[in-house]
Design a protein around this ligand. Sequence first.
Ligand SMILES: [Zn+2]
Ligand SMILES: [Zn+2]
Ligand SMILES: [Zn+2]
Length: 174
Amino acid sequence: MQPLAHAHDSHDAGSCRHAHEHQEHAAEALARAERVCRERGLRLTPIRRQALEALHADHKPVGAYDLADRISPPGGRRLAPISIYRALDFLVEQGFVHRLSSRNAYIACLHGHGADEVVAFLICEACGGVDEDSSPAMRKAVAAIAQGRQFSPSHQVVEIVGRCDHCRSAATHD
Ligand SMILES: [Zn+2]
Ligand SMILES: [Zn+2]
Ligand SMILES: [Zn+2]
């Protein structure tokens, strides 16, 4: 008898928990970005919007050049890297997107984190998905380290690389 297939067996792109989370929450996060732009008197220009949509369409971090390929019109001219970087800078400044330093890549935020919030990224090496977490205790600890060195932080990132819950349990079922 064939063993019953369950969620962990399908491991192709787009099937992991991270992909589902992004599919589920992308529309809501985009709506939030639009609302925040209106409130702050900022413009979500077509290129900013396209970049944000393209990042929300993927649950893995995407590099700037890869993103340029995804949002350039098919058969048309490829968007200039400077335009992409400007759009990404805007999205990061507003807290809609996070930059993962270790990957030199970007991921859409599903949580409405502020740009100055300390976020821990849990990056899965198996499925490529990224989970985000933050806590007052972590914020305090990171602030205390910076203050102790009289260091003025402009960007605070905690990146943890390993295996997510989903991929860990998939491995034990193999
Ligand atoms: Zn976030
Ligand atoms: Zn994983
Ligand atoms: Zn995943």
